[in-house]
Design a protein around this ligand. Structure first.
Ligand code: NAP
Length: 257
């Protein structure tokens, strides 16, 4: 008779891991336990805020968990490949990719510049291509991978003043479904989570009046927390979600039901 207990942590890369939703995802993956072991070692990627990265490293102190931070622009293919290579070296491989990095440059189309459009598509959509392309070779070789892309409800229903952002997130959803079809036979699942309005720096720019108006369209009558999203992401990376792929799960208090 023999008994095999899973003995190594999963190894995750999270883009945009230093603030808001990404930060909650890093903490959730690193602190959740599964099968008697802590769930995941994590490499997080950020673009500019070194202080945020240091603060996050200081907050995480789970015995037996490796955490590494990398400063790199997710919209650059070259930097994405170099970051994934370095993360794999530090973690010993990669099992999970969370494409979370994102920005907004809101304006009505009449006033939106070409740069506003290009920057948002690069940071939100091209970054998903970059990181997915960089991880799939090792994932295919090991016949295992869990990829979760952070989209948005506005990628499903649109939003005035966010044509660039909505287009990027609709693109993320299309990319997710295509990758799910390409990679399913290799035991790699690819899903998207579409948050509604979540309390982070991204939504802190809204006035009290705007928030009040937004909440009127949320059946649960509140904004979401980063942790509301992080728990669904962790579920999609867990054993319980092994047969789920190509799905878009809205975490929006019922807004888009
Ligand atoms: P946030 O608080 O503004 O944090 C964004 C994170 O992404 C930061 O860690 C930032 O790093 C990083 N980042 C931005 N551009 C990057 C780049 N080019 N390369 C690498 N890292 C980059 O945003 P959030 O609200 O948590 O949003 C996270 C994701 O959820 C985004 O994809 C967003 O579109 C999506 N989302 C958010 C909401 C919401 O209501 N908050 C709703 C739907 C979807 P630095 O600080 O170093 O720049």
């Amino acid at each position: 008779m023999s008994k095999v207990v899973e003995s190594h942590n999963k190894r995750a890369i999270v883009t945009g891991g230093t603030r808001g939703i990404g930060r909650a995802i890093v903490k959730e993956l690193a602190s959740r336990s599964c099968c008697g072991v802590l769930f995941s070692d994590v490499a997080f990627v950020y673009n500019s805020c070194d202080e945020c990265a240091e603060e996050l490293l200081g907050e995480i102190d789970y015995p037996g968990i490796k955490i590494h931070g990398f400063k790199a622009d997710a919209s650059s293919m070259e930097q994405a490949q170099a970051t994934v290579d370095a993360a794999i070296e530090k973690l010993g491989g990669v099992d999970i990719l969370i494409n979370n990095a994102g920005i907004t440059r809101d304006n009505l189309l009449l006033r939106m510049t070409e740069k506003d459009f290009d920057d948002v598509i690069s940071a939100n959509l091209k970054s998903v291509f970059n990181y997915t392309k960089a991880v799939i070779k090792p994932m295919i070789a090991q016949r295992y991978g869990r990829i979760v892309n952070i989209a948005s409800v506005v990628g499903l229903i649109g939003n005035a003043g966010q044509s660039n952002y909505s287009a990027s997130k609709a693109g993320v959803i299309g990319f997710t479904k295509s990758m799910a079809r390409e990679l399913a036979s290799r035991n790699i699942t690819v899903n998207a989570v579409a948050p509604g309005f979540i309390q982070t720096d991204m939504t802190n720019k809204l006035t009290e009046e705007q928030v009040k108006k937004l909440v009127q369209n949320v059946p649960m009558s509140r904004l979401g927390n980063p942790e509301d999203v992080a728990k669904v992401v962790a579920f999609l990376c867990s054993k319980d979600a092994d047969y789920i792929t190509g799905q878009v799960i809205a975490v929006d208090g019922g807004m888009t039901m």
